[in-house]
Design a protein around this ligand. Structure first.
Ligand code: FRU
Length: 544
């Protein structure tokens, strides 16, 4: 094995180190490994061995000639260590992989044409579900399902970004990498203040994450801990901590969401046809307690006051689609007391809420994955805006409402407020903003005069499409709280590739991909003798 590590030109191709075919050992001397990717090439299995860590299988579309884009591995934590990589014999393109102190193409990150301007996206690669959402020591942590090596799903890692204000995010090196148990599927994070796990050292409360390892032996639940506020994790030697596939006769056992309830830990886990509750005293040993059928993937369970009254609370349980049940929870069993309800629709999926928000804040803050593609970009997928969830009494009983967190509202710059406009007047005002640069927020209250429809479009795309006759809003059944109302209020947030719409104070919301015309396009408002009761316009500066 060749371990030569002299670097003269600031970068070093891997093949220069190759002594035996299809196996390379190299010493980490720089921050990054830059890797060319081409979607014309098949995925190739690399096995990566880093001293002190479990071997890591990675599938990479290594470009044999012209790359579509470059991806990188951050090796800064391994400087001076020797990494062994094996790959198929005669692999073309291997000589193009090189170490450097800069990310190839990194200077262009966040400047790309289709880069969302006020939604979180990763620098490059793929993202899906938010994971391990937690506030700790002044920082909001957003971990997420991530393929750092391609713009499509695969090689699931936990990516990691932090924010001080839920608006501006700083992406950190990946938190969890695939290992011999499996790839890193979704999960959650808690702070173990009482060091029940024993992972803490000298007064440091560990951040403990639970995740699903998706591997040859099925989907099994594992834990890892961090003593440096999520900057590095150590996986527990006793993993997996739950292996329940055989019991449920399925592969589908995944996405642990943990939280503290009185004197014990609770984990909600999706198993086959619904959400199970497990409990633990130390985050390592888990006992099965109960199961509620009717949910798929990415469980959530949390308590909320109804209309802000702390003496009147209910528990909310939902799965990846976000449709939820309300009920009671005694620390071991969730007992639904209502049918399923919907408060949001569209591109959102697998939303999670933050753990450990300080009591002085007390909000239930949620981030969802927005299933929006970014054609031609080296990144793919995005997060929805963080929203605050509340339970509000409605005519049908208590229901979830959601609205963007106040921090993101504070980003908006008001461009004007008008009332009592005709359809034409409102359209003329809006058209003045058609060439908006970063983001645009349009709050509009429509006053209908006929029981037909009302719409607001950008180019030919209907951001609001209210069909009063069919009681439908953009295809979803929607009836205002007052079913006789002739008004509809929409709060529309438009980013480069998406739009999110909050209706009538957040009782319903939906999100959609935006059509991406090459040139600025005009807004239009249509309806039968429609009036615009209120119009407010804000620009939203880029968060990057
Ligand atoms: C939901 C999901 C999860 C799983 C993850 C894998 O989008 O299928 O159930 O843990 O994605 O990336």
């Amino acid at each position: 094995m060749n371990t030569r590590n002299t670097i003269s030109a600031g970068c070093l191709a891997l093949s220069m180190l190759t002594a035996t075919a299809a196996e390379t050992t190299f010493k980490v001397t720089k921050h990054y490994l830059n890797i060319p990717v081409s979607h014309k090439c098949e995925r190739v299995r690399f096995n990566v061995e880093i001293p002190g860590e479990s071997p890591m299988p990675l599938d990479i579309r290594l470009a044999s000639d012209h790359p579509d884009y470059w991806v990188f591995a951050d090796l800064s934590a391994y400087k001076g260590k020797k990494i062994k990589v094996s790959y198929p014999d005669n692999l073309k393109g291997i000589d193009k992989i090189y170490q450097a102190d800069t990310i190839r193409g990194g200077a262009d990150f966040y400047k790309e044409k289709n880069r969302p301007q006020f939604h979180f996206t990763t620098r490059n690669g793929w993202i899906n579900d938010p994971n391990g959402l937690i506030w700790n020591d002044g920082e909001y942590h957003l971990f997420y399902q991530h393929n750092p090596y391609e713009r499509d799903w695969g090689n699931m890692h936990w990516g990691h970004a932090v924010s001080l204000d839920l608006v501006h995010w700083k992406e950190l090196p990946v938190a969890l990498r695939p290992d011999t148990i499996g790839t890193m599927f979704s999960g959650s994070a808690v702070i173990d203040y009482e060091n029940t796990s024993g992972f803490g050292k000298s007064g440091t409360s560990p951040m403990v994450v639970a995740y699903t390892a998706d591997g040859d032996k099925g989907q099994r639940q594992c834990i890892a801990y961090s003593l440096d506020n999520g900057r590095s994790f150590k996986k527990y030697d006793g993993n997996p901590v739950i292996d329940s596939g055989k019991k449920w006769n399925t592969r589908d056992t995944r996405d642990p969401k943990m939280f503290r309830y009185d004197d014990h830990w609770v984990m909600v886990l999706n198993e086959r046809d619904g959400h199970s509750i497990y409990t633990s005293n130390n985050l390592k040993d888990w006992t099965y307690s109960s199961h509620v059928t009717g949910f798929w993937e990415c469980p959530e369970l949390f308590e909320l006051p109804v209309d802000g009254n702390p003496d009147n609370t209910m528990w909310v349980m939902y799965g990846a689609s976000g449709t939820y049940m309300l009920g009671d929870f005694d620390g071991y069993t969730f007992t639904p007391c209502s049918g399923k309800h919907v408060f949001t629709a569209g591109t959102g999926y697998a939303a999670q809420t933050f753990n450990n928000i300080p009591a002085s804040d007390g909000r239930r803050i949620q981030i969802g994955w927005s299933r929006i593609g970014h054609p031609g970009m080296n990144f793919n997928g995005m997060m929805l805006m963080p929203v605050e969830l509340k339970l509000q009494t409605t005519k049908e009983g208590p229901r979830l409402v959601s609205n963007p967190v106040s921090e993101i509202e504070a980003l908006c710059e008001s461009k004007g407020k008008w009332s009592g406009l005709t359809q034409q007047e409102a359209e003329d005002i809006l058209r003045g903003f058609s060439g908006f640069e970063d983001g645009l927020r349009v709050k509009v209250t429509f006053a209908l005069s006929h029981a037909t429809d009302a719409s607001l479009s950008l180019a030919d795309q209907r951001l609001v499409d209210y069909d009063m006759n069919g009681t439908r809003l953009n295809g979803y059944f929607y009836s205002p709280q007052d079913p006789t109302s002739m008004e509809l209020t929409t709060d529309i947030w438009i980013d480069r590739t998406s739009a999110e719409v909050f209706v009538d104070g957040g009782v319903f919301s939906y999100s959609m991909p935006r059509d991406l015309p090459a040139n600025p396009v005009p807004f239009s408002i249509r309806g039968n003798n429609l009036k615009i009761k209120e119009l407010e316009i804000y620009t939203i500066p880029s968060i990057w």
